[in-house]
Write a protein that binds this ligand. Structure first.
Ligand SMILES: *[C@@H]1O[C@H](CO)[C@@H](O)[C@H](O)[C@H]1NC(C)=O
Ligand SMILES: *[C@@H]1O[C@H](CO)[C@@H](O)[C@H](O)[C@H]1NC(C)=O
Ligand SMILES: *[C@@H]1O[C@H](CO)[C@@H](O)[C@H](O)[C@H]1NC(C)=O
Ligand SMILES: *[C@@H]1O[C@H](CO)[C@@H](O)[C@H](O)[C@H]1NC(C)=O
Ligand SMILES: *[C@@H]1O[C@H](CO)[C@@H](O)[C@H](O)[C@H]1NC(C)=O
Ligand SMILES: *[C@@H]1O[C@H](CO)[C@@H](O)[C@H](O)[C@H]1NC(C)=O
Ligand SMILES: *[C@@H]1O[C@H](CO)[C@@H](O)[C@H](O)[C@H]1NC(C)=O
Length: 651
């Protein structure tokens, strides 16, 4: 069940008229996913005390074994089992409650020393658990990892079975204004599938305005699954009979992508904090543990002159014809001795016949030819002149499914022929920028491609010794195999990170493609892994928008160069973000994408193309977020599958 990802957890708040501006408690807005982030402690740690120091309040809990009797739930939440029994009309405190039934829990709420309303419970760690799993899974988001971390002395790593944790459950007491409006109790409700603010208000006989106001929400804001919402009540709640039975707190497909609320005016700020915000938690921690650099002496990078930007290539499975060559001789000439061992050395005439003598029909692009070797497709890249061995020795060393594989080569009369695996589906540049509308990548393919590229870069930056920087990442270098798995290619200008205590190198030759180049590189020739992060951000923007990285606009006779990496700032800034983002997205997606994930992805891309390299995330951080986006996207279904569901959204 926990495999369900959070993207399924978003909901839309639809409709409702204007809300009065007497704010009560800010909505947690999915920030509870971002355990590492302390910036919103004032919201994630609990509801601020802004009313009486203690009061009676209510929590809700979805019955779920082993917590499916009044007794077991009372033990978990430190409340009275008898009260649960009576309020939910249960026969005994040990009677089994139907799974997925919403149980109302009366709880005393009081102001903590730190100024937050909470109800204290105690939980004993019994197996391998984290603050996040306790807060989200066991306590069904009634608490947050941030609140737990701040009130317990155990570090995340010291959570051993037997540790007793204080679990501050989110509750609140009504403010003077709420009391004046007749609301005497606040109930903490866990948003579930099919909910909107108005259905929640109806369920508890509250009003939409009161719920919006009580959570500082606007009618156009989003609410998310597994986030607590504070529901102001006029009278004590009674047993909720949900019919048809509500979807479980776990599970279920997502709602339709965000829809513009009918009444929302353009001045409504569209709150849009997606799943992305650093929700990676454990993964992030473990990636960071592995995140270190080796600095090794750089090997003659100035030899790199391979500016041929296209390499398209292939899967080669059978053993190609081999031919023994004089290793000592070729290594003298090309410095290839160490590179050669694992590669196949091809005979020139075999490559000639495999490519129909390098005919035009076999040409893929530039100096890359399609070859058929023993019935298998391959790509042969021809490099003339003074060729460095760096691409060969690098590719030979790399072993990653998202990096194009070099299977062998041939050297003849000062020309190198590099044989690569073949990528049936060409480059993502071909897909994104082709005018053929029938050929388009789906949303899922796009997020997986982004993930693949990040995996490859993470490998290059953090797992290869010495670490490498690709330096020339662009959409024409990213190839797709028959399953649309992305593979990065063209390592002609890849650089080994230099030694020394700075992960920084300088170069006098700026090479690469405009639009993908980070400003510090263009201006000062600074080379760091953040160069790849920048280019990656640009590629993600291409994946989102389908736009060219550089376009020339003619305005009043003046030519203006527009760069995708600059455009995104306008899209995500200011007013009407939602409309601007929709307009930015690739029209060939035909709106078949989850807008909130697109937003998270666009935010990620924007952070990658930050002008200041220090504010860009590392590729490991990028990958963590992408994994969340991918898993969320896998749960998302195109709208036509949702059509019959949407009737039940009720709105
Ligand atoms: C209560 O309402 C008044 C007037 O509507 C407003 O000025 C005040 O800020 C509100 N107080 C709180 C705590 O929201
Ligand atoms: C909480 O803290 C953040 C960051 O410090 C701030 O931007 C925000 O306004 C605060 N919210 C409330 C409700 O105090
Ligand atoms: C809650 O508080 C009331 C009095 O304010 C008290 O009588 C009751 O026992 C408390 N309930 C629990 C479960 O502590
Ligand atoms: C409580 O349950 C009993 C039988 O289990 C039923 O007769 C009664 O109507 C229920 N009361 C409410 C308020 O649901
Ligand atoms: C709950 O725990 C907090 C933090 O330890 C403490 O400040 C508060 O007084 C406790 N509340 C009750 C009712 O014991
Ligand atoms: C249970 O809640 C009461 C307040 O209702 C609090 O005084 C007590 O410390 C809590 N017990 C545990 C074990 O947290
Ligand atoms: C939070 O818990 C729910 C219910 O167990 C689960 O479906 C969801 O995936 C969890 N969220 C995360 C981010 O693990």
């Amino acid at each position: 069940m926990a495999s369900l990802s959070i993207s399924t957890l978003f909901l839309l708040l639809l409709f409702a008229t204007s809300s009065p501006a007497e704010a009560q408690q800010p909505y947690v807005n999915n920030r509870q996913l971002d355990c590492e982030n302390r910036a919103f402690d004032n919201i994630t740690n609990g509801n601020t005390c802004n009313g009486p120091t203690s009061c009676r309040s209510y929590l809700t809990f979805w019955s779920h074994p082993p917590y499916n009797t009044a007794n077991s739930i009372a033990g978990l939440l430190n409340v009275s089992a008898a009260e649960i029994q009576s309020i939910n009309n249960l026969t005994t405190v040990t009677a089994t409650i139907t799974p997925r039934q919403l149980v109302i829990i009366p709880a005393n709420c009081s102001c903590s020393g730190a100024g937050f309303y909470q109800h204290n419970a105690t939980y004993r760690i019994s197996r391998h658990e984290t603050y996040f799993s306790v807060a989200n899974d066991t306590y069904q988001a009634l608490s947050t990892c941030q609140a737990m971390i701040s009130q317990n002395s155990y570090g995340e790593k010291n959570l051993v079975p037997g540790s007793d944790l204080l679990v501050p459950l989110r509750c609140a007491c009504p403010t003077v204004n709420q009391t004046a409006a007749g609301f005497n109790y606040l109930l903490t409700y866990l948003v579930s599938q099919g909910d909107s603010v108005s259905t929640i208000a109806d369920m508890f006989r509250s009003t939409t305005d009161a719920v919006l106001d009580g959570n500082e929400l606007k009618s156009s804001d989003l609410i998310y699954f597994f986030t607590p919402l504070s529901v102001p009540l006029r009278t004590e709640p009674t047993r909720i009979v949900t019919s048809p039975s509500p979807p479980p707190p776990v599970a279920t497909p997502p709602q339709s992508p965000p829809v513009e609320p009918p009444g929302s005016s353009s001045s409504h700020k569209w709150v849009f904090v997606g799943i992305g915000i650093g929700a990676g938690l454990l993964l992030l921690i473990s990636l960071f543990a592995l995140f270190f650099f080796f600095y090794k002496r750089r090997s003659k990078p100035e030899q790199n002159k391979l500016t041929d930007s296209s390499t398209k290539h292939s899967v080669l499975t059978t053993t190609p014809p081999q031919w023994s060559i004089d290793l000592s001789k070729s290594s003298d000439t090309f410095g290839l001795k160490s590179a050669i061992e694992s590669l196949t050395i091809y005979r020139f005439h075999d490559l000639q016949s495999a490519t129909s003598n390098f005919s035009e029909e076999n040409k893929i692009k530039g100096s890359v030819y399609r070859a058929t070797i023993n019935g298998d497709d391959a790509a042969v890249k021809v490099i003339k002149g003074d060729v460095s061995s760096s691409e060969i020795s690098l590719l030979k060393k790399l072993n990653h499914s998202n990096i194009i594989r070099l299977s062998g080569f041939c050297i003849r009369e000062g020309t190198s022929y590099l044989v690569y695996e073949y990528s049936e589906n060409g480059s993502i540049g071909d897909w994104l920028h082709s005018s053929d509308k029938k050929r388009t990548l789906t949303w899922k393919q796009r997020v997986e491609i982004a993930r693949d590229i990040a995996e490859a870069l993470d490998y290059l930056h953090n797992y290869v010794t010495p670490p490498h920087i690709h330096k020339n990442l662009e959409s024409t270098n990213i190839l797709l195999d028959s399953n649309f798995r992305a593979k990065i290619s063209n390592f002609g200008v890849a650089r080994i990170l230099d030694d020394g205590d700075l992960d920084l190198q300088l170069t006098r030759h700026v090479e690469g493609t405009q639009g993908y180049l980070a400003p510090e590189y263009v201006e000062n020739g600074v080379i760091t892994p953040k160069l790849d992060v920048f280019a990656f951000g640009v590629v993600v923007l291409e994946l989102l928008s389908g736009k060219e990285v550089v376009t020339i606009q003619k305005e009043k006779g003046e030519e203006e160069v527009e760069m995708l990496c600059k455009e995104i700032k306008n899209v995500l800034g200011g007013e009407n973000v939602r409309e601007k983002l929709k307009a930015f997205m690739d029209p060939s997606l035909e709106n078949e994408y989850p807008l909130e994930l697109a937003y998270t992805m666009a935010q990620l891309a924007k952070s990658c193309v930050a002008p200041d390299l220090n504010s860009r995330p590392s590729i490991a951080q990028v990958l963590t977020k992408l994994l969340m986006i991918v898993s969320s996207s896998m749960d998302w279904e195109p709208s036509h599958d949702l059509l019959h569901d949407s009737g039940s959204l009720g709105d």
